[in-house]
Write a protein that binds this ligand. Structure first.
Ligand SMILES: CSC[C@H]1O[C@H](OP(=O)(O)O)[C@H](O)[C@@H]1O
Length: 355
């Protein structure tokens, strides 16, 4: 377990808060109309919160699953240590079944199981160690995001004017334990007085850009212009965009990157207009077991996300639907992958080591 200077995880826009014996999550399905918290008391409630996207975003899903393991450990009745460890693996399996693409989920669950396996003593000793590991994962993620922000600053294009950066989906504090990955780079650029404005794709069908990224920018006083998902090419043709920065849910060893649906087409359009296209992600998002992106599982979600906006149906009956939540951008379209250990060309990820 790393020992690092403490970092604050108490911030009103950070999505996850442990208090006493339960977790409080900002309900991201109610933003931006209302900032409300949902109380999570059991591992099953945490699993449902991940599946229904009350909490979402690769790193945030990992931290949430870690706390889901802590809650699950507290549910296991008295018995032998062997029974405890066996039941803990059942909790882990339930959390693994929530969402398939973000590798951070599986990375966090594996770290929690490693903690349980190496902890001696009784079940309460393991429960304590699990809570400490989950807290460490949460604090490390905020530190990681801030490091990503600083490394991102170093690779952003040097321009005579302040930067106009386009981003897709939500990769901010709400998608992490705090500060954000791609939106963390944008926050760092704003703090360094190098940013003019953010262009935020609305990001159909769940609208994380219009509902969450725009909300975070307003909270921080960062100028933000909302775009529909079809506007990027037109904006680039008019020379309105200096760079594109997006997040990631799973990066293969060669740099192929799975991210929110629409990212691949954004990368193609960026290439066509010579706009640098960056991915910002922690190393816990890199899956070195996959040689390339062809093996990344792509989540398909409920068609209702496509055929209705809020409670309003937007298409007739008798229509078929396709709702992949992610797509894969080939490494050759990515200028650099920005991590907490530096920014590298997609093919050089291995030089950074693993998380
Ligand atoms: C900081 S990574 C956030 C990443 O997760 C989002 O997906 P979802 O909202 O479905 O969890 C999107 O792909 C973001 O880039």
């Amino acid at each position: 377990m790393t020992v690092s200077p403490s970092v604050s995880i108490n911030n009103p826009i950070y999505p996850i808060r442990w208090q006493e014996d339960r977790v409080y999550l900002i309900d991201q399905t109610r933003l931006p109309i209302e900032r409300a918290e949902v109380e999570i008391r059991t591992s099953e409630e945490m699993a449902r919160a991940i599946e229904t996207m009350i909490v979402r975003g690769a790193p945030a899903i990992g931290v949430s699953a870690a706390y889901g393991m802590v809650l699950g450990a507290g549910e296991i009745p008295a018995g032998t240590l062997e029974e405890f460890r066996s039941k803990l693996k059942t909790v882990a399996d339930r959390l693994r079944r929530t969402r398939p693409t973000a590798v951070n989920l599986f990375w966090a669950i594996d770290r929690m199981l490693e903690t349980a396996d190496r902890t001696t003593g009784d079940a309460d000793d393991i429960r304590r160690a699990l809570w400490e590991t989950a807290l460490q994962i949460q604090e490390d993620d905020v530190r990681t995001c801030k490091a990503i922000g600083e490394h991102g600053l170093a690779v952003l294009p040097e321009t005579p004017e302040k930067l106009r950066i386009l981003t897709h989906c939500n990769t901010g504090a709400l998608a992490t334990a705090g500060y954000g990955t791609a939106l963390g780079v944008i926050r760092s650029a704003w703090s360094a007085n190098r940013l003019l404005k953010v262009y935020a794709d609305e990001t159909r069908p769940r609208l994380q850009g219009s509902k969450l990224t725009a909300w975070e920018c307003v909270q921080d006083g960062i100028p933000v212009t909302l775009l529909t998902d079809s506007m990027a090419a037109h904006c680039m043709k008019q020379k309105m965009i200096d760079a594109v920065i997006v997040g990631a849910d799973r990066i293969a060893a060669n740099g192929d990157t799975a991210n929110k649906i629409g990212t691949y087409s954004l990368a193609v359009v960026s290439k066509a207009h010579n706009v640098p296209f960056y991915v910002a992600a922690p190393l816990s998002t890199v899956d070195f077991s996959l040689a390339d992106g062809s093996g990344i599982p792509i989540e398909e979600r409920n068609p209702s996300e496509v055929y209705q906006v809020g409670s309003t149906r937007i298409c007739p009956e008798g229509v078929d639907f396709y709702n992949p939540a992610f797509d894969v951008t080939p490494a050759e379209l990515i200028a650099a992958i920005i991590t907490e250990r530096g920014a590298v060309k997609p093919g050089d990820l291995k030089s950074l080591g693993s998380s």
